[in-house]
Design a protein around this ligand. Structure first.
Ligand SMILES: [Cu+2]
Length: 393
């Protein structure tokens, strides 16, 4: 009996034992055979290659080695991939001695035994926090830098919620007086007024240089090929944006937003890029179109805008929003419909909170985390850049 081929992470054993049993037979159906094969596998793994580098563990693995899974015998991996998977699993854990899949598959004179590969990394995040005190509110901003190349920002609101006086001391009185129409009674004689906070984040992207292009990836359902038992599938439509006025994006479109540098490529040949994830409690301004504050905050008309970089264009609502007659800021910035393809571009992103006040917000409110963005590498690196993070204890 000889066990010859091993891959610890994608554990496989090729054995001559099966010649004795008489192939084909499924060891999965015979617990005794399975147990014998497992015992052989464990013993040989422990005596010969435990702790050896993956290249050595897989030295006798065939280049076109195929891994069969008990439930889905379709996972195809070559020696190179098996070795690569093994290299990112912790060496100090005896995978073979922890076989969790009791099933052993037999194919001709080959048997395969499997482990469940489990890897956990203890990633760390660098969080840089600052707070902006604006009137009665304290806004908290956490920039987060992660080891896999992700940069995040989350925005929270704290401080003192705006309140107005009322003669009412109880909910019943407030209701009778109609004082609860625009808010909640947060204390005796005080109504916390309902309101919104909408922030615009100005992101001057320089992805692998300044020549950037804004690209959306939008999933679309299509009919499956006639050969399929399924009737539908989905594909991804890529759209590159040439002009500012075309690049006004709303949630409903369901697109993944990316910025790429068409002149730089990763090792597979993709233009290097980052994607932008946006999470926001609200993005809709609760005002009619003819309401002056809404016209001054015209940047809220779309969730994401893209402009050509201009160092005089710093504020989504314009430089003097309190004197604005409406339409300043982003609508003006895109009026010239400048080219944004392969240019230094700026993304403008709204995150917002519709604040229906509660008694628990008074007199000081806990931080309400209402919006966040994440900028994640997208086809930027050649592999997961977090692989070298130390293993979790
Ligand atoms: Cu608020």
């Amino acid at each position: 009996m000889k066990l010859t081929n091993w891959s610890r992470g994608a554990a496989v054993g090729t054995i001559a034992l099966l010649m004795m049993i008489g192939a084909p037979v499924s060891a999965a159906d015979n617990p005794q055979v399975a147990a014998e094969i497992m015992a052989l596998a464990r013993a040989q793994w422990a005596s010969e290659i435990a702790g050896e580098p993956m290249a050595q563990q897989n030295a006798s693995l065939a280049e076109d080695y195929t891994e069969f899974n008990g439930d889905f015998p379709t996972l195809l991996v070559g020696k190179a991939m098996a070795t690569r998977m093994g290299e990112v699993t912790p060496y100090d854990k005896a995978m073979y001695s922890d076989m969790q899949n009791g099933r052993v598959q037999v194919y001709g004179d080959k048997a395969s035994a499997f482990t469940n590969t489990q890897v956990a990394k203890s990633g760390r995040e660098l969080v840089m926090r600052y707070a902006a005190i604006v009137g009665n509110y304290d806004y908290v901003f956490d920039w987060t830098f992660m080891q896999d190349g992700t940069v995040g920002l989350r925005v929270g609101a704290s401080g003192i919620s705006q309140a107005k006086g009322t003669a009412a001391n109880t909910v019943k009185e407030a209701e009778r007086r109609g004082d609860q129409l625009y808010g909640q009674l947060v204390d005796r004689g005080l109504i916390g007024v309902n309101h919104q906070h909408i922030f615009n984040l100005r992101l001057d992207t320089d992805i692998d240089g300044q020549d950037n292009t804004f690209v959306t990836l939008t999933p679309r359902v299509v009919r499956a090929p006639a050969s399929s038992r399924r009737t539908s599938a989905w594909v991804v439509d890529e759209r590159q944006f040439d002009r500012e006025q075309d690049a006004r994006i709303d949630d409903a479109e369901g697109a993944q937003l990316t910025v790429v540098n068409p002149k730089q490529h990763n090792s597979l040949g993709y233009p290097t890029g980052y994607l932008l994830d946006v999470h926001s409690q609200t993005s809709r301004l609760l005002m009619s179109d003819d309401d002056i504050p809404g016209q001054r905050a015209a940047f809220t008309q779309h969730n994401v805008w893209v402009t050509r970089f201009d160092n005089t264009q710093l504020y989504a609502g314009g430089s003097f929003p309190n004197q604005s007659l409406g339409g300043d800021g982003l609508p003006q910035y895109i009026a010239d419909n400048a080219s944004i393809k392969n240019k230094d571009i700026v993304l403008w992103v709204n995150v917002g909170l519709t604040h229906i006040t509660r008694v628990e917000d008074w007199p000081l409110m806990s931080v309400e985390w209402f919006g966040s963005i994440e900028l994640k590498p997208f086809l930027f690196f050649d592999t997961n850049p977090g692989l070298d993070i130390s293993d979790a204890e």
